[in-house]
Design a protein around this ligand. Structure first.
Ligand code: ADP
Ligand code: MG
Length: 239
Protein backbone atom coordinates (compact mmCIF):
# COMPACT_ATOMS: atom_id res chain seq x y z
CA UNK A 1 0.00 0.00 0.00
CA UNK A 2 1.19 3.49 -0.86
CA UNK A 3 -0.30 6.37 1.12
CA UNK A 4 0.33 9.83 -0.32
CA UNK A 5 -0.51 12.53 2.19
CA UNK A 6 -0.85 16.27 1.67
CA UNK A 7 1.81 16.34 -1.01
CA UNK A 8 2.53 19.82 -2.37
CA UNK A 9 5.00 20.94 -5.01
CA UNK A 10 5.35 24.50 -6.31
CA UNK A 11 7.62 25.79 -9.07
CA UNK A 12 7.65 29.53 -8.56
CA UNK A 13 3.99 30.47 -8.78
CA UNK A 14 2.91 27.17 -10.35
CA UNK A 15 1.32 24.67 -7.99
CA UNK A 16 2.27 21.44 -9.70
CA UNK A 17 0.73 19.39 -6.86
CA UNK A 18 -1.66 20.87 -4.32
CA UNK A 19 -2.07 18.90 -1.08
CA UNK A 20 -2.49 15.62 -2.89
CA UNK A 21 -3.76 12.82 -0.66
CA UNK A 22 -4.61 9.38 -2.00
CA UNK A 23 -4.05 5.77 -0.91
CA UNK A 24 -3.11 3.24 -3.58
CA UNK A 25 -3.56 -0.48 -3.05
CA UNK A 26 -4.03 -2.13 -6.45
CA UNK A 27 -1.14 -3.85 -8.24
CA UNK A 28 -1.39 -1.47 -11.22
CA UNK A 29 -2.63 2.07 -10.69
CA UNK A 30 -3.18 4.52 -13.56
CA UNK A 31 -2.35 8.22 -13.36
CA UNK A 32 -4.05 10.38 -15.96
CA UNK A 33 -4.81 14.04 -16.52
CA UNK A 34 -4.25 16.77 -19.09
CA UNK A 35 -0.80 18.11 -19.94
CA UNK A 36 0.63 20.03 -17.01
CA UNK A 37 -1.62 18.28 -14.48
CA UNK A 38 1.32 17.25 -12.29
CA UNK A 39 1.66 13.58 -13.27
CA UNK A 40 5.39 13.60 -14.02
CA UNK A 41 5.99 15.82 -11.01
CA UNK A 42 4.40 13.16 -8.81
CA UNK A 43 6.80 10.52 -10.15
CA UNK A 44 9.67 12.98 -9.72
CA UNK A 45 8.78 13.31 -6.05
CA UNK A 46 8.80 9.51 -5.70
CA UNK A 47 12.22 9.20 -7.27
CA UNK A 48 13.69 12.26 -5.56
CA UNK A 49 14.23 14.57 -8.54
CA UNK A 50 11.79 17.02 -7.03
CA UNK A 51 11.56 18.01 -3.36
CA UNK A 52 8.02 18.67 -2.22
CA UNK A 53 7.20 21.72 -0.09
CA UNK A 54 5.17 19.47 2.17
CA UNK A 55 3.59 16.07 2.59
CA UNK A 56 4.66 12.45 2.87
CA UNK A 57 4.67 9.18 0.97
CA UNK A 58 4.35 5.99 2.98
CA UNK A 59 5.29 3.08 0.72
CA UNK A 60 4.67 -0.32 2.28
CA UNK A 61 5.43 1.08 5.71
CA UNK A 62 8.53 3.03 4.65
CA UNK A 63 8.77 6.82 4.75
CA UNK A 64 9.95 7.19 1.16
CA UNK A 65 10.78 10.89 1.24
CA UNK A 66 13.03 10.41 4.27
CA UNK A 67 15.33 8.24 2.15
CA UNK A 68 18.05 9.67 -0.11
CA UNK A 69 17.28 9.00 -3.79
CA UNK A 70 19.96 6.29 -4.18
CA UNK A 71 18.60 4.50 -1.11
CA UNK A 72 15.15 4.50 -2.73
CA UNK A 73 16.56 2.48 -5.63
CA UNK A 74 18.08 0.03 -3.17
CA UNK A 75 14.78 -0.14 -1.36
CA UNK A 76 13.11 -1.20 -4.61
CA UNK A 77 11.94 1.93 -6.40
CA UNK A 78 12.31 1.68 -10.20
CA UNK A 79 11.49 4.10 -12.94
CA UNK A 80 11.38 4.04 -16.69
CA UNK A 81 12.09 7.28 -18.50
CA UNK A 82 10.30 8.87 -21.44
CA UNK A 83 13.71 9.00 -23.15
CA UNK A 84 15.15 5.50 -22.87
CA UNK A 85 18.38 5.26 -20.92
CA UNK A 86 19.82 2.23 -22.70
CA UNK A 87 23.63 2.32 -22.88
CA UNK A 88 24.67 1.85 -26.53
CA UNK A 89 28.03 0.17 -25.98
CA UNK A 90 26.83 -2.44 -23.50
CA UNK A 91 24.95 -5.58 -24.44
CA UNK A 92 21.29 -5.66 -23.50
CA UNK A 93 22.05 -8.18 -20.72
CA UNK A 94 24.81 -5.91 -19.40
CA UNK A 95 22.42 -2.97 -19.39
CA UNK A 96 20.31 -4.96 -16.92
CA UNK A 97 23.40 -6.14 -15.03
CA UNK A 98 24.36 -2.49 -14.50
CA UNK A 99 21.09 -1.99 -12.60
CA UNK A 100 21.89 -4.96 -10.36
CA UNK A 101 25.45 -3.71 -9.78
CA UNK A 102 24.02 -0.66 -8.04
CA UNK A 103 22.05 -2.76 -5.57
CA UNK A 104 23.00 -4.52 -2.33
CA UNK A 105 24.16 -8.10 -2.53
CA UNK A 106 20.77 -9.60 -1.67
CA UNK A 107 19.19 -7.92 -4.68
CA UNK A 108 21.94 -9.26 -6.96
CA UNK A 109 21.41 -12.92 -6.11
CA UNK A 110 20.93 -15.10 -9.20
CA UNK A 111 21.82 -12.15 -11.43
CA UNK A 112 22.00 -14.18 -14.64
CA UNK A 113 18.65 -15.78 -13.86
CA UNK A 114 16.98 -12.49 -13.03
CA UNK A 115 18.27 -10.92 -16.25
CA UNK A 116 17.11 -13.85 -18.37
CA UNK A 117 13.68 -13.82 -16.71
CA UNK A 118 13.26 -10.06 -17.16
CA UNK A 119 14.23 -10.23 -20.84
CA UNK A 120 11.87 -13.14 -21.37
CA UNK A 121 9.07 -11.21 -19.70
CA UNK A 122 9.38 -8.37 -22.22
CA UNK A 123 9.97 -10.67 -25.21
CA UNK A 124 13.63 -9.77 -25.68
CA UNK A 125 15.19 -13.09 -24.64
CA UNK A 126 16.67 -13.49 -28.12
CA UNK A 127 18.43 -10.12 -27.92
CA UNK A 128 20.39 -10.57 -24.66
CA UNK A 129 23.79 -10.31 -26.35
CA UNK A 130 22.83 -7.56 -28.79
CA UNK A 131 24.58 -4.24 -28.24
CA UNK A 132 22.38 -1.43 -26.93
CA UNK A 133 23.12 0.57 -30.10
CA UNK A 134 21.58 -2.16 -32.27
CA UNK A 135 18.18 -2.13 -30.53
CA UNK A 136 15.33 -0.49 -32.41
CA UNK A 137 13.04 2.08 -30.78
CA UNK A 138 10.54 -0.51 -29.58
CA UNK A 139 13.25 -2.83 -28.25
CA UNK A 140 14.78 0.10 -26.37
CA UNK A 141 11.40 0.83 -24.80
CA UNK A 142 11.00 -2.80 -23.71
CA UNK A 143 14.60 -2.88 -22.49
CA UNK A 144 13.80 0.12 -20.33
CA UNK A 145 10.89 -1.85 -18.87
CA UNK A 146 13.07 -4.95 -18.34
CA UNK A 147 15.52 -2.82 -16.34
CA UNK A 148 12.75 -2.10 -13.83
CA UNK A 149 12.12 -5.82 -13.24
CA UNK A 150 15.49 -6.87 -11.82
CA UNK A 151 16.72 -6.58 -8.26
CA UNK A 152 13.49 -7.17 -6.34
CA UNK A 153 11.54 -4.03 -7.30
CA UNK A 154 8.72 -2.95 -4.99
CA UNK A 155 7.36 0.04 -6.86
CA UNK A 156 7.73 0.56 -10.63
CA UNK A 157 7.02 4.02 -12.07
CA UNK A 158 6.22 4.19 -15.80
CA UNK A 159 5.87 7.58 -17.52
CA UNK A 160 4.08 7.30 -20.87
CA UNK A 161 5.69 4.03 -21.94
CA UNK A 162 3.37 3.71 -24.96
CA UNK A 163 4.23 7.08 -26.49
CA UNK A 164 5.12 6.68 -30.16
CA UNK A 165 4.49 2.91 -30.30
CA UNK A 166 2.42 1.16 -33.01
CA UNK A 167 -0.75 -0.70 -32.00
CA UNK A 168 0.89 -4.13 -32.09
CA UNK A 169 3.77 -2.80 -30.01
CA UNK A 170 1.33 -1.36 -27.48
CA UNK A 171 -0.25 -4.83 -27.27
CA UNK A 172 3.12 -6.34 -26.34
CA UNK A 173 3.69 -3.57 -23.81
CA UNK A 174 0.22 -4.18 -22.36
CA UNK A 175 1.00 -7.86 -21.80
CA UNK A 176 4.28 -7.02 -20.10
CA UNK A 177 2.67 -4.45 -17.80
CA UNK A 178 -0.26 -6.69 -16.93
CA UNK A 179 2.11 -9.50 -15.97
CA UNK A 180 4.52 -7.29 -14.07
CA UNK A 181 3.06 -7.87 -10.62
CA UNK A 182 2.98 -11.64 -11.10
CA UNK A 183 6.52 -11.51 -12.44
CA UNK A 184 8.21 -9.64 -9.60
CA UNK A 185 5.58 -8.63 -7.03
CA UNK A 186 6.01 -4.89 -7.61
CA UNK A 187 3.22 -2.34 -7.67
CA UNK A 188 3.13 -0.28 -10.87
CA UNK A 189 2.16 3.36 -11.21
CA UNK A 190 1.40 4.01 -14.87
CA UNK A 191 1.13 7.47 -16.42
CA UNK A 192 -0.34 7.17 -19.87
CA UNK A 193 -2.24 9.25 -22.42
CA UNK A 194 -3.59 6.12 -24.08
CA UNK A 195 -6.83 5.68 -22.13
CA UNK A 196 -7.39 2.28 -23.66
CA UNK A 197 -4.06 1.08 -22.26
CA UNK A 198 -5.00 2.50 -18.85
CA UNK A 199 -8.40 0.81 -18.84
CA UNK A 200 -6.96 -2.53 -19.95
CA UNK A 201 -4.18 -2.62 -17.34
CA UNK A 202 -5.12 -0.49 -14.31
CA UNK A 203 -7.82 -1.61 -11.90
CA UNK A 204 -7.79 1.80 -10.23
CA UNK A 205 -6.89 5.22 -11.58
CA UNK A 206 -5.92 8.61 -10.18
CA UNK A 207 -6.99 11.69 -12.15
CA UNK A 208 -5.08 14.93 -11.69
CA UNK A 209 -5.92 18.37 -13.05
CA UNK A 210 -3.84 21.46 -12.21
CA UNK A 211 -2.18 19.57 -9.38
CA UNK A 212 -5.48 18.57 -7.76
CA UNK A 213 -6.96 15.11 -7.33
CA UNK A 214 -10.24 15.31 -9.25
CA UNK A 215 -11.11 11.60 -9.22
CA UNK A 216 -9.85 8.31 -7.86
CA UNK A 217 -11.33 4.84 -7.86
CA UNK A 218 -12.13 1.89 -10.12
CA UNK A 219 -10.86 2.81 -13.58
CA UNK A 220 -14.15 2.19 -15.42
CA UNK A 221 -16.06 4.38 -12.97
CA UNK A 222 -13.45 7.13 -13.00
CA UNK A 223 -13.48 7.31 -16.79
CA UNK A 224 -17.26 7.61 -16.75
CA UNK A 225 -17.37 10.53 -14.32
CA UNK A 226 -18.52 13.85 -15.74
CA UNK A 227 -15.74 15.79 -14.08
CA UNK A 228 -13.10 13.60 -15.66
CA UNK A 229 -14.73 13.75 -19.06
CA UNK A 230 -14.75 17.54 -18.94
CA UNK A 231 -11.23 17.98 -17.56
CA UNK A 232 -9.44 15.24 -19.36
CA UNK A 233 -11.37 13.93 -22.28
CA UNK A 234 -12.53 17.36 -23.41
CA UNK A 235 -16.20 16.40 -23.38
CA UNK A 236 -18.80 18.97 -22.40
CA UNK A 237 -21.13 18.06 -19.56
CA UNK A 238 -24.66 17.21 -20.64
CA UNK A 239 -26.84 20.30 -20.28
N1 ADP B 1 11.25 21.61 -13.18
C1 ADP B 1 10.21 22.43 -13.35
N2 ADP B 1 10.35 23.77 -13.25
C2 ADP B 1 9.30 24.59 -13.40
N3 ADP B 1 8.04 24.17 -13.64
C3 ADP B 1 7.83 22.86 -13.77
C4 ADP B 1 8.90 21.91 -13.62
N4 ADP B 1 8.39 20.66 -13.78
C5 ADP B 1 7.09 20.83 -14.02
N5 ADP B 1 6.74 22.13 -14.00
C6 ADP B 1 5.38 22.67 -14.17
O1 ADP B 1 4.55 21.97 -13.26
C7 ADP B 1 3.29 21.66 -13.86
C8 ADP B 1 3.10 20.16 -13.89
O2 ADP B 1 4.01 19.59 -14.82
P1 ADP B 1 4.12 18.04 -15.07
O3 ADP B 1 4.20 17.34 -13.77
O4 ADP B 1 5.25 17.83 -16.00
O5 ADP B 1 2.74 17.70 -15.77
P2 ADP B 1 2.26 16.41 -16.59
O6 ADP B 1 3.31 15.35 -16.49
O7 ADP B 1 0.96 16.04 -15.97
O8 ADP B 1 2.07 16.88 -18.02
C9 ADP B 1 3.32 22.31 -15.23
O9 ADP B 1 2.72 23.60 -15.12
C10 ADP B 1 4.79 22.41 -15.54
O10 ADP B 1 5.05 23.47 -16.43
MG1 MG C 1 4.47 14.33 -17.95
Amino acid sequence: MIAIRDLSVAFGGVRALNRLSVTLTDPIVGIIGPNGAGKTTLLNVFSGFVQPQGGAIDAFGTDLLAMAPHRRARWGLRRSFQNEQVVDDLTLADNLRAVLDGLPRAGRRDAARQIADALHHVGLEGRAEAMGASLNAFERRMAELAKTLVGAPRVVLLDEPAAGLRDDEVDALRQAIRGLHAHCGAMTLLIEHDVELISSTCTSTVVLDFGELIAFGATAEVLQSERVKIAYLGVEAAA
